[in-house]
Design a protein around this ligand. Structure first.
Ligand code: IMP
Ligand code: MG
Length: 180
């Protein structure tokens, strides 16, 4: 285990089971549809890649990069689009792939943003949900795992751009971010 990780919250094996369950649900619901999977970089990268491999259907993908954290552990509430989607989404059904929903600011912004760009529907799959921290209600169709209010890292999730490459998800030791 990494020295900055307090405990492992979700093992590699459990992550795989979660991804397989979500992949089967999405395969079933989107079969035969004309839709686009949109990953929110960078946190969703490993989750989205594993989801794509676990799914049986074929579909196009795209990415957006947004930022609201500025290297801290609290959302600033302002969401900036640092890299926009690279195609027209007019009339398309979108499924946003996110690593974690916390305050809800990011996904609340993105759903409105994509609908304003002409998407016919926008749904969400998130690997993790921290409902205790919600500031804005966002309907989420697919949730991997509901977790307690702790700052987690690994499997794509970072703290100040670190720990993304860990193959499991761990709770970060509070002393790592409390004295910054
Ligand atoms: P929200 O806008 O507050 O819902 O935050 C969503 C974004 O904050 C996610 O896409 C993550 O990038 C980041 N985030 C929230 N909680 C955590 C966490 O526990 N670990 C790592 N990143 C997090
Ligand atoms: Mg993110």
């Amino acid at each position: 285990m990494h020295k900055d990780v307090e405990s492992i919250l979700v093992s590699e094996k459990e992550l795989q089971e979660i991804v397989e369950r979500l992949a089967a649900d999405i395969d079933r619901d989107y079969e035969g549809k004309d839709w686009l999977m949109v990953g929110v970089l960078k946190g969703s990268i490993l989750f989205m890649a594993d989801l794509m491999k676990a799914m049986k259907t074929d579909y196009p993908i795209d990415f957006v990069v947004v930022s609201s954290y500025a290297d801290g552990t609290e959302s600033t509430g302002r969401v900036n689009v640092l890299k926009d989607i690279s195609q027209s989404i007019v009339g398309k059904e979108l499924l946003i792939v996110e690593d974690i929903i916390d305050s809800g600011n990011t996904l609340n912004f993105l759903v409105k943003y994509f609908l304003a760009k002409g998407a016919s529907s926008v749904k969400i799959v998130t690997l993790f949900d921290k409902p205790d921290r919600r500031k804005v209600e966002v309907p989420v169709e697919y949730v991997g795992k509901v977790i307690p209010d702790a700052f987690i890292v690994g499997y794509g999730l970072d703290y100040a751009e670190k720990y993304r490459t860990l193959p499991y998800v761990g709770i970060l030791k509070p002393e790592v971010y409390s004295n910054q």
